[in-house]
Design a protein around this ligand. Structure first.
Ligand SMILES: NC(=O)c1ccc[n+]([C@@H]2O[C@H](COP(=O)([O-])OP(=O)(O)OC[C@H]3O[C@@H](n4cnc5c(N)ncnc54)[C@H](OP(=O)(O)O)[C@@H]3O)[C@@H](O)[C@H]2O)c1
Length: 274
C-alpha cells in the first residue's frame, strides 16, 4: 500500500471526528483525507476535502482505505455505493457495532475480478475521544498484512489496538471494552450516591467519586502493577477498605454481578448481529 494512503472517511460524527482529529495530530497529511458527511459541515483542518455525498467525488477517484463510521442502522443503505472501490488496493474498515465481516462482504463483494473485498471490522470505545480508547480489530482472508497494519495505525491514533483472529470473539469484546466505559461511569454514579447515603453533600460526593475513578484510571495506566496488586496496596487488614471489599467481594458480589452484566451484553451483541 502507498505510504501516503488515500483515506475516505464515511460519517464524521462523534467517533469519525475523534478518529480524524487523531489522524491529523499524528501526522496524516490533510490532503490525503476526504470526508463524506451529509450533516452539518464538520470543522476540519485546511486541506481536508469535505463532501456531502459520494456522487460528488470524481468517478476516477481512488481510495486505499474507506472507513465506515456511520450508525449501524443506516449501514445497509450507505455501504453498497462504495463497492466501486472494491479491489486489491482498497481495504474497508468498519467501526460499526455488531456489523459482521459477512455483512460487508455481501454489500461490497460484486467485483469484476472475482476477488472478495478486504474488510477489517473494528470495535473502538468512547475514550477514543480523548485519545485513550482501545480498539479491537479482525480482518477477513483478503486483508493483506500491509492493509491490516495501515488500519492498525489509523486506529492507534485514538488509543491502543489489539488484533484478533476469531471474529466470534467480537461479541465479548463489545461487552467488555465497547460497552465497558458505561459500567465505569455507572460505578462513579453509584459511588457518589453511596457517599450521599453516608452523609456527604451531593456535590462533594459527586466530585469525590469522579476524581477517585479518573485518578484510579490514571494510576492503573501509569503503574506496572496489576489491578489486583493496586487494590491490595490500598487495603490494610482490618481497615476501612477491607470492610468495603468484604461486601463487594462476597459471594454474589461485584464479580458475579459483572459476569452477569458482561454475559448479557455478549448475548445482546450476538442477537443484534443476527
Ligand atoms: N460512539 C461510540 O461510543 C461508539 C463506540 C464504538 C463504535 N461506534 C460506532 O461508530 C459508528 C459511528 O457512531 P457515532 O457515535 O460516531 O455516530 P454519529 O455521531 O451519529 O455519527 C455518524 C455520522 O454519520 C453521518 N451519516 C449519516 N448518513 C451518512 C451517509 N450516507 N454518508 C456519510 N455519513 C453519513 C451522520 O450524519 P447525520 O447526523 O446527519 O445523520 C453522522 O454525522 C457507529 O457505527 C457505532 O456503532 C461508536
Amino acid at each position: 500500500m502507498d505510504s501516503n494512503p488515500q483515506l475516505l472517511l464515511v460519517g464524521c460524527g462523534k467517533m469519525g471526528s475523534a478518529l480524524l482529529d487523531g489522524w491529523l495530530e499524528s501526522g496524516t497529511a490533510p490532503d490525503t483525507v476526504t470526508i463524506i458527511e451529509p450533516g452539518p459541515t464538520p470543522k476540519v483542518a485546511a486541506g481536508v476535502t469535505v463532501i456531502t455525498d459520494l456522487s460528488e467525488l470524481a468517478i476516477e477517484a481512488t481510495a486505499n482505505i474507506v472507513v465506515f463510521a456511520v450508525k449501524p442502522q443506516v449501514m445497509d443503505q450507505v455501504v453498497p455505493a462504495y463497492s466501486r472501490f472494491t479491489g486489491p488496493d482498497t481495504v474497508f474498515l468498519s467501526i460499526a457495532a455488531g456489523k459482521t465481516i459477512g455483512f460487508f462482504e455481501n454489500l461490497l463483494g460484486d467485483q469484476a475480478a472475482g476477488e472478495g473485498p478486504s474488510i477489517v471490522r473494528a470495535m473502538p470505545n468512547t475514550p477514543a475521544a480523548v485519545g485513550r480508547g482501545i480498539s479491537v480489530c479482525v480482518g477477513n482472508s483478503a486483508v493483506t498484512d500491509q492493509q491490516m497494519n495501515a488500519c492498525r495505525e489509523l486506529l492507534s491514533a485514538v488509543g491502543e489496538v489489539a488484533v484478533i483472529d476469531d471474529e466470534a470473539q467480537m461479541d465479548a469484546v463489545t461487552a467488555v471494552s465497547g460497552s465497558g466505559p458505561a459500567y465505569v461511569f455507572l460505578l462513579t454514579e453509584c459511588l457518589a450516591r453511596a457517599g450521599v447515603e453516608a452523609g456527604l453533600p451531593s456535590d462533594l460526593a459527586a466530585e469525590l467519586a469522579r476524581a477517585t475513578v479518573s485518578g484510579s484510571g490514571g494510576l492503573l495506566d501509569a503503574a506496572d502493577d496489576s489491578p489486583e496488586t493496586l487494590r491490595q496496596n490500598v487495603t490494610s487488614p482490618g481497615g476501612t477498605t477491607a470492610a468495603a471489599l468484604d461486601v463487594l467481594m462476597a459471594e454474589g458480589g461485584l464479580d458475579a454481578l459483572m459476569t452477569r452484566a458482561v454475559t448479557a451484553a455478549t448475548a445482546r451483541s450476538r442477537e443484534l448481529a443476527g
